[in-house]
Design a protein around this ligand. Structure first.
Ligand SMILES: [Zn+2]
Length: 479
């Protein structure tokens, strides 16, 4: 195994990764705000952290990974009020959708999925600690963090704080990068809003305090790794540091990893440009979960990812190539014995694959190692230069590949059906089949046999077999 090096936003350098306790990693990931479906930009980050967690485990590290669901914030409260629902009721649908999206993308469940609304007492307790250290002030029933009292503020994002007024404050969770100011730890309720009755008054937690309180509850006062999208580095992660370190006096997270932005066809994704996609939008267009996962994983996380439909097609063919290779290994008949150099070639592929991932998760290098090997092994097989005894070494490589990339198993159809999408490319859902079969029946009744044959042929190409019974009824099945 190669030495694992990770880029730490805090130091601005790529450093050797050494956990606090040998063999153990405590990792926290900022999860989604469950007020809507997560989009592909969100999933770029979640697939990145999944690759990271899988690779840490592959290296034999014992991982404790926590991901939160932000199920209370300004948007959620506003939307829940508008929908005349409680917060839990409103967010539950999106929480379940997020879990289903993760499952479809083979994003592993962390050791702890936790919800902000289950941890309000911990947040209140952390705010009380900050109050005792005189890092807060009250105003109109809300409690604010006074960043002027935390001189290290800005050390993560290297933000220039000149021009930012001390004592200026914002209530909104969604403030823009330019408006860094004292931030709310606790917000007084507005009329009609949901609130908690607590020792520090009526209200609800600010977004930032959620992550500090929950991360420290499950992982201790100092984490090994904290991950998120680059847009969270400031102000969210900066505020997490101010809160946690302000309270404990200890470093909050030793390595901060941030995934870069995703563009769609070279442009920033936005609803107004019509290039805004949730996973479901893409499944609806017939793209497979495995191709999406591959496309999101294939660009190293610190590089901007330009998501394109051409790229998605290529991702789909790459997945097919590796699946075909896996099938060939499983079903192929190879000459007895071992071909010269083939086991060594597989071992080298494994080493190159590991070298790529150990270098700050360079997935592009790991994939290049994979496809070089697949190509060479295929050529060797074509020439009869691949022996039965080489299968195990090649399968060992493929196993290591799939522990990280998780695309070899051909279960896209199953995953899509589970999410209520019947179709991937070439597939067709039951209702569509029924409609075509009915059209064919109508054509037959009108003795339009050319059309009826055409429909039969089209369905056959899509894996549907039609059986006409003597009584005139029609049955169909999937091949
Ligand atoms: Zn967070």
């Amino acid at each position: 195994m190669h030495e694992l090096r990770l880029h730490n936003t805090l130091s601005g350098k790529t450093e050797a990764f050494v956990p606090q306790r040998t063999g153990e990693v405590k990792m926290y990931t900022c999860g989604p705000t469950v007020y809507d479906y997560a989009h592909i930009g969100n999933f770029r980050t979640f697939v990145f952290q999944d690759i990271l967690r899988r690779y840490l485990k592959q290296r034999g590290l014992n991982l404790t990974h926590v991901m939160n669901l932000t199920d209370v914030d300004d948007r959620i409260i506003a939307n829940a009020v508008a929908a005349k629902m409680g917060i839990r009721e409103y967010t539950e649908k999106f929480a379940q959708a997020f879990f289903a999206d993760c499952k479809a993308l083979s994003v592993e469940a962390p050791e702890h999925w936790i919800r902000a609304t289950d941890h309000v007492p911990e947040m209140v307790e952390l705010i009380e600690r900050l109050q005792k250290k005189a890092l807060t002030y009250d105003s109109e029933g809300s409690i604010y963090y006074r960043i002027a009292k935390f001189p290290e503020y800005g050390k993560l994002s290297k933000i220039d704080l000149t021009g930012i007024q001390a004592g200026a404050r914002v209530d909104n969770d969604r403030y823009e990068k330019e408006s860094a100011r004292d931030f709310a730890l606790w917000k007084a309720p507005k009329p009609g809003e949901h609130f908690w009755e607590t020792e520090i008054g009526k209200g609800r937690p600010g977004w930032h305090i959620e992550c500090s309180a929950m991360a420290m509850k499950y992982l201790g006062e100092t984490l090994d790794i904290h991950t998120g999208g680059i847009d969270l580095a400031f102000p969210h992660h900066e505020n997490e540091i101010a809160q946690s370190e302000g309270a404990t006096g200890k470093p909050f997270a030793r390595y901060w990893l941030h995934a870069e932005h995703l563009l769609v066809e070279g442009e920033k994704m936005s609803k107004s440009l019509g290039n805004f996609f949730t996973m479901r939008d893409l499944y609806g267009k017939g793209y497979k979960p495995s191709a999406l996962r591959y496309a999101l994983a294939s660009v190293p996380y610190r590089r901007q990812l330009n998501f394109t439909f051409d790229g998605l097609q290529q991702a789909s063919s790459s997945v097919e190539r590796v699946r075909n290779f896996a099938n060939r290994l499983q079903q192929g008949k190879f000459p007895a014995g071992s071909a010269t150099g083939m086991k060594e070639r597989a071992a080298r592929a494994l080493d190159d694959f590991d070298a790529g991932l150990a270098d700050d998760l360079n997935t592009a290098v790991a994939l290049a190692a994979t496809f070089d090997f697949v190509r060479e092994a295929n050529i060797a097989m074509d020439k009869g230069d691949f022996g039965q005894e080489d299968v195990a070494a090649a399968e060992q490589f493929l196993h290591a590949f799939d522990e990280i990339f998780a695309v070899v198993k051909d279960n896209d159809g199953e995953k899509l059906r589970e999410m209520g999408f019947a179709v991937a490319h070439g597939e067709i859902d039951d209702a569509q089949v029924e409609a075509r079969v009915a059209e064919r029946q109508a054509a037959r009744q009108q003795r339009d046999f050319a059309k009826s044959d055409e429909i039969r042929k089209e369905l056959a190409e899509r894996g549907i077999v039609i059986e006409d019974s003597k009584d005139g009824s029609v049955r169909w099945k999937r091949k």
